[in-house]
Design a binder for this molecule. Structure first.
Ligand code: ADP
Ligand code: MG
Length: 389
């Protein structure tokens, strides 16, 4: 789960990581009040969306007086922000963060994530902060330092010094960096984060370190342990169909093709999408209805797939292992009738009672095609959706 920058900064404060003085707002009406309470001479208005790259997309703007701050709030609130991390529609700006500006001497990069290969937390640091870290990693990998943490020994002071040297920090900045790194590790472990990113971590003109941006991702599987984090959830920032899918225990991800896919099992769903691509088609979604699926789930799955107006044909690929094929076939028929599916649906069934299942699906008078095998099913659905691209 993602959270907003202003929420991440609240957590940073709790863990002793310095952040700029700032306050979020949902309306331009209290912008002046906030600006006055923050003090200072110039401010930055930052669109709160679950995506990075806001600076380049007009989502981070500096104002030099109270009126400008209020005007920026007015323009940003209610708009959509499109950055290189969002889709073409962008994300809605329902909140902005008003912050005091700080004179920036240097912009650094510091993040903490999980290295799956070694099953350890790993710090990534670079003196080339403020920019796209993927580009830095690609073009100048020597500018990136990575450092694994032993889960039993924990973060060691010498490791913090290594990072401080690599970032070109001096004197008492070493101690500040160590406090920030320890805060990140403590927060990461306590709240089951999967990533904490500070880009940029700045050095001000008086030599102070400060997290100017804050991005935290949390492990969805641990959210029930952290009601405080769960309360940060903002469904407006997430794909609507993916939200509905979650409510019904379906694993659904929107893609940009025109062939709807309904499959049981994540591995089979991936293989099905591969095969659709191989036959020249483009999947409109990834959808795993789960092992023990039932009529209700199949109905909801159809509704989800059909709510995407790009979908021209649907491929249902179900392996009847836990559930028998005839039960699934009945479910598909009920769902097609209930949801009034009119576009072609190709069904590939395999497993227990497959003959009974296929018999149920033939001669129904519906726009339904029973495929003999998976390759055939993929060819059929691609043809029915208008042929290979
Ligand atoms: P994003 O990563 O989404 O583009 P950031 O929060 O990193 O957004 O802001 C982009 C840039 O705006 C920063 O790299 C920094 O140069 C500037 N900036 C952001 N917040 C402040 C601030 N409080 N004071 C001064 N400059 C800021
Ligand atoms: Mg940033």
């Amino acid at each position: 789960m993602n959270i907003h920058e202003y929420q991440a900064k609240q957590l940073f404060l709790e863990y002793g990581i310095p952040v700029p003085a700032g306050k979020p707002t949902v309306t331009p009406l209290n912008a002046t009040e906030i600006t006055e309470s923050l003090g200072g001479e110039s401010w930055v208005v930052k669109a709160q969306v679950h995506a990075g790259g806001r600076g380049k997309a007009g989502g981070v703007k500096v104002a030099s007086n109270k009126t400008e701050v209020a005007d920026l709030c007015k323009t940003m609130l209610g708009s959509q922000i499109i950055t290189h991390q969002t889709d073409a529609a962008g994300l809605p700006v329902n909140q902005v963060l008003i912050e005091k500006t700080y004179p920036i001497e240097r912009e650094l990069y510091l993040s903490l994530l999980i290295d799956r290969g070694t099953e350890r937390m790993i710090f990534i640091a670079s003196a080339a902060g403020g920019m796209d870290i993927e580009a830095v990693a690609h073009e100048t990998p020597e500018k990136i330092l990575s450092l694994k943490i032993n889960p039993i020994a924990g973060l060691q002071s010498y490791q913090c010094r290594l990072v401080a040297y690599a970032l070109g920090l001096t004197g008492k900045q070493h101690k500040s960096l160590e406090r920030i790194m320890r805060g990140m590790v403590d927060l990461f472990v306590a709240k089951d984060a999967s990533q904490i990113e500070i880009n940029p971590l700045i050095v001000t003109n008086t030599g102070e370190l400060m997290a100017l941006d804050a991005k935290i991702n949390f492990d969805d599987n641990a959210l029930d342990l952290h009601p405080d984090i769960k309360a940060f959830k903002d469904p407006e920032q997430e794909d609507k169909r993916e939200n509905i899918a979650q409510q019904f225990g379906l694993n659904y991800i929107t893609l940009d093709g025109d062939i709807g896919c309904m499959v049981n099992g994540a591995g089979l769903a991936m293989a099905t999408m591969d095969l659709v691509k191989l036959k020249g088609g483009k999947p409109a979604n990834f959808l795993d209805v789960g092992g023990g699926t039932n009529v209700e789930k199949v109905c909801e799955a159809f509704k989800l797939i059909l709510s995407d107006s790009h979908v021209k044909a649907v491929l249902v690929n179900i392996f009847g292992g836990i559930v028998k094929c005839d039960v699934i076939a009945e479910g598909i028929l009920a769902a097609i009738k209930e949801v009034h599916v009119t576009i072609p649906v190709v069904v590939r069934l395999e497993g227990t009672n497959v003959e009974q299942g296929r018999a149920l699906l033939s001669n129904t008078g519906l726009n339904l095609y029973a495929a003999v095998d998976l390759a055939h099913a993929a060819e059929q659905v691609v043809a029915l959706a208008g042929g290979a691209a």
